[in-house]
Design a protein around this ligand. Structure first.
Ligand SMILES: Cc1cc2nc3c(=O)[nH]c(=O)nc-3n(C[C@H](O)[C@H](O)[C@H](O)COP(=O)(O)OP(=O)(O)OC[C@H]3O[C@@H](n4cnc5c(N)ncnc54)[C@H](O)[C@@H]3O)c2cc1C
Ligand SMILES: NC(=O)c1ccc[n+]([C@@H]2O[C@H](COP(=O)([O-])OP(=O)(O)OC[C@H]3O[C@@H](n4cnc5c(N)ncnc54)[C@H](O)[C@@H]3O)[C@@H](O)[C@H]2O)c1
Length: 463
């Protein structure tokens, strides 16, 4: 039985695992990184990038079909096969770039196998070898959840792992799950002329709840019916019949976007001696990525904390550096939480609202905002949360191009800026950013915080 001896073993060569291995190696550790597929990261292959490519195609079609409001009559001719070919061609380019990063890893450190714990410092590989490591990083990502009743739909069932490989657009699509994935893809396909309906057993849409969710749905094209709080069932036939309460409709395909669960099955966490939560995910320290006091670290979607790409990279870096330094682990300062759904309007959530009486809230709307009207998408809202001194703590944005303001607020929160500090910064005219001034002034008023004396307090026409 061959035994490999190393300082740090990383399980999973996705975004988090590659960052962990790189950071451990740069810290001088002898590393191995284990993955059965070496196919490319989830982001490039079946996640962020192909979904954004499809959204870009949907956006192009929508720009044509909605041009009449500018006095331009046009009907898009959508060639489904060409749309999917572009998605696949650029997706493959992105995958090839991630695969090039594999070449930076010494060949002897790259292992094609699955790994299973046999102890806190030992792994058994599917190729029969054993690994002994001073520390181990779990970076196995997450797996798409297929709810009961949807697993027997054969090739009519689509997930993020299959939908981007379609040769042509589906004739019609039921989307199960109204989270960011479901809403991004539902809108992209609808804009490309596919008949789409969305079904969710809960009431949240693209991460928004209650009235915010209702407002968001009202801003979507009426061609995307969203059925919330419904029990959904599917029956396969020539097509798939979807039943949700009294509603029944038939679709050529069903896209399941019902969440992703950490891919921890088969790792034998019991053998590693790890304490786990009710879902079987190891308990870990969010600043060190260490699981309890074990020589084991967990990063990326595998820990089910912040399942977005930039966090997989950061967590992987911390886990790798700390694994190399174990037992001298260092605490990292977590970034401000930031999540963006690339729907139209975009939805962004930044920071954490303060709890208790200290919290102040103010809102702004883009329904009558100058630049939003110019561009023909006058809708959207922002809600800002501050502490009692007007320091911005959190923001919810549901507006055109929210991704830009989302980064502005992430920076403001990190820097501890108040609404007054932000009003002291230049905001160009006419931009969508001007729309947020109302909420900043609202926070100033709610905190008795003075707007700087030498800055305007009114609004220009079109602000
Ligand atoms: C459709 C979709 C769209 C998304 N869009 C965005 C977006 O726009 N922006 C954003 O920030 N995030 C987005 N995300 C989330 C983002 O893709 C993930 O957060 C990120 O890719 C997670 O990286 P990871 O390294 O944790 O996992 P992965 O990249 O999945 O890597 C895990 C690796 O572990 C390997 N592995 C699993 N089990 C074992 C085992 N037992 N032994 C060895 N290896 C194993 C797998 O083969 C895989 O290579 C999206 C996700 C999806 C699904
Ligand atoms: N822009 C982005 O950053 C982006 C985009 C897509 C996906 N992602 C990531 O990918 C992962 C998966 O996204 P997601 O939207 O699938 O996950 P999610 O967990 O956010 O949403 C899943 C939705 O499916 C619903 N659901 C679950 N079971 C159901 C059932 N049986 N019937 C009907 N509805 C059901 C849930 O109520 C929930 O609203 C997440 O981690 C997310 O962060 C991120």
């Amino acid at each position: 039985m061959t035994e490999l001896d190393c300082d740090v073993a990383v399980i999973g060569a996705g975004t988090a695992g590659l960052a962990a291995e790189r950071h451990a190696r740069q810290a001088g550790a002898r590393t191995v990184i284990i993955d059965p597929a070496w196919a490319g990261t989830t982001c490039a292959l079946v996640g962020c990038m192909p979904s954004k490519l499809l959204i870009a195609a949907g956006g192009a079609a929508h720009a044509v079909s909605s041009a009449a409001r500018f006095g331009i009559e046009a009907t898009p001719m959508i060639h489904g096969e060409a749309v999917m070919q572009r998605v696949q061609r650029l997706r493959d380019d992105f995958v090839n770039s991630t695969r090039k990063s594999f070449d930076d890893i010494p060949e002897s450190a790259r292992i094609a196998a699955t790994a299973r714990f046999t102890g806190p410092n030992t792994l058994s590989l599917s190729d029969g070898r054993q690994v002994r490591a001073k520390a181990i990083v779990i970076a196995t990502g997450a797996k798409t959840i297929i709810p009961k009743g949807f697993d027997g739909l054969g090739d009519r069932l689509l997930t993020n792992e299959t939908v981007f490989d379609l040769k042509d657009l589906p004739a019609s699509l039921a989307v199960i799950g109204a989270g960011p994935q479901g809403m991004e893809l539902a809108q992209a396909f609808a804009r490309l002329g596919v008949r789409v309906e969305v079904f969710d057993k809960g009431g949240s849409v693209a991460g928004l709840q209650g009235d915010d969710a209702d407002s968001f749905v009202a801003m979507l094209e009426p061609s995307i019916p969203v059925h919330l709080n419904v029990d959904v069932s599917a029956e396969a036939g020539d097509e798939v019949t979807i039943r949700a309460g009294d509603h029944e409709a038939r679709f050529s395909h069903v896209l399941v976007s019902a969440g992703r669960a950490p891919a921890l099955g088969g790792l034998d966490l019991t053998a590693a001696g790890l304490e786990v939560d009710d879902h079987g995910t190891p308990l870990f320290d969010k600043q060190t990525m260490q699981c309890g006091r074990a020589p084991i670290f967990i990063a990326g979607d595998a820990n089910h904390d912040r399942a977005v790409l930039h966090e997989a990279t950061s967590e992987g870096s911390v886990a790798g550096a700390n694994a190399a330094a174990f037992p001298d682990v260092r605490r990292s300062r977590r970034k401000v939480p930031l999540a963006i759904a690339f729907t139209h309007p975009q939805v962004a959530q930044i920071g954490t609202p303060p709890e208790g009486d200290d919290s102040r809230v103010a809102e702004a709307s883009w329904s009558d905002q100058g630049r939003a009207r110019v561009d023909g998408h006058a809708h959207g809202f922002a809600r800002l949360h501050s502490d009692g001194e007007g320091r911005i703590c959190a923001a919810t944005l549901c507006m055109p191009d929210a991704e830009h303001l989302a980064h502005y607020f992430a920076l403001a929160i990190t820097a501890g800026m108040t609404a007054g500090d932000l009003l002291d910064q230049p905001i160009y005219h006419p931009t969508l950013e001007e729309g947020v001034k109302k909420a900043l002034q609202g926070i100033c008023a709610a905190c008795a915080l003075k707007v700087p004396w030498d800055r305007g307090t009114g609004f220009q026409p079109g602000d």
